[in-house]
Design a protein around this ligand. Structure first.
Ligand SMILES: [Zn+2]
Length: 342
């Protein structure tokens, strides 16, 4: 055997020993699976962990939010397309909206944990749309109580709810987990609610039907921060779905009566000028109603009406291509209904 091959052999022996030695080391705490050692260690989550990048913005002494991407849900964005807020009160944390999967909610919890070890006591759901409430199981797992407006009941047993779950399972299934079912709140609210936690006063108000039947907004009184859910969209075309746009416009007016220094919308950046920034949502809804209303009056088909409208005012907004045609169609149908009931 040459001296070279001896050296190689010695090297392999050392490598083998190192591998054996490292295998014999006790596992690190993160990889430990102490099934029987401690009841305080929670069972592993039934969903795949997310490493989504989440930047936390502070908008008041107690108030924060993370901003979802201005996109439609996809595998690449894991359904992180809506905002969520949290408020650190001194006696616990209140969260506003649960994000679009339990895995994303876990990421939010991780960010909250970097700032406080106070318990996360309560989660307020702005409305029952997938990107805002599918994260509920992660908060329930850590003992938070979930509140939502009772008008969300209308959504629970619809085919839209079932179809949405199937659609999301297809796109972001791993982060929902294999047994994901539509998560319910612990408490249904049926009237305006005020509560105090630590030294922070909260006020919850149902402003729907607007974007949904159950739209709920939260004012953090000492901070003047208003979490508005999807009644206002900042910087993207709203998702209209089957919303009643006439009632939605009224709700925007009511929203702007609430004295707020900062408004955190359900999508897009926080606004220091709620009045101005609500204008884009309001203008868009008004424009759709005018254009589609005229087409209905002239007995035009939807296709013809859609072709004839000059969309340049909104066509550069994020999600325009994905959302505008369906939005216009929904408003067209609605204007037909309104013309029949006039
Ligand atoms: Zn929504």
């Amino acid at each position: 055997m040459s001296s070279n091959s001896l050296r190689v052999l010695a090297g392999l022996l050392v490598l083998g020993w190192l591998q054996l030695a490292s295998a014999a080391l006790p596992p690190t705490s993160s990889s430990a699976a102490p099934a029987a050692s401690s009841s305080s260690v929670p069972a592993p989550a039934p969903w795949q962990a997310s490493d989504m990048n989440m930047t936390v913005h502070q908008v008041g002494p107690h108030s924060y939010y993370v901003e979802g991407l201005l996109e439609e849900a996809s595998r690449a964005n894991e359904g992180f397309i809506a905002n969520a807020g949290f408020v650190i009160t001194g006696k616990g944390v209140v969260v506003f909206d649960a994000l679009g999967s339990p895995a994303l909610a876990d990421r939010l919890i991780e960010e909250i944990r970097k700032r406080t070890d106070q318990p996360i006591r309560r989660v307020i759901i702005s409305h029952y749309h997938a990107d805002h409430f599918y994260g509920i199981p992660a908060f329930r797992r850590i003992g938070a109580e979930i509140w939502a407006d009772t008008r969300a009941h209308a959504y629970l047993n619809t085919s839209a709810a079932t179809e949405r779950i199937a659609q999301r399972k297809e796109i972001i299934g791993p982060w929902l987990g294999p047994d994901f079912k539509l998560p319910l709140p612990d408490r249904w609210l049926d009237q305006p609610e005020k509560f105090v936690m630590g030294d922070v006063h909260f006020s919850l108000r149902h402003l729907g039907p607007a974007h949904s039947d159950e739209d709920l907004v939260m004012l953090v009184e000492p901070d003047g921060v208003l979490y508005s859910g999807d009644i206002v969209y900042a910087g993207r075309v709203p998702f209209i779905g089957d919303a009643d746009t006439a009632l939605w416009l009224t709700a925007i007016d009511h929203l702007l009566e609430i004295p707020a220094r900062v408004m955190v919308p359900g999508h897009g950046p926080a606004s220091l000028h709620p009045q101005e920034d609500a204008r884009m949502t309001r203008d868009y809804l008004t424009f759709l109603r005018e254009q589609m209303g005229t087409a209905v009056q002239n007995f035009e088909s939807f296709d013809q009406a859609y072709r004839e409208v000059d969309w340049t005012r909104f066509s550069n907004e994020p999600t325009f291509d994905a959302a505008n045609r369906r939005n216009a169609y929904n408003v067209f149908l609605q204007m037909e209904q309104e013309s029949l009931t006039k």
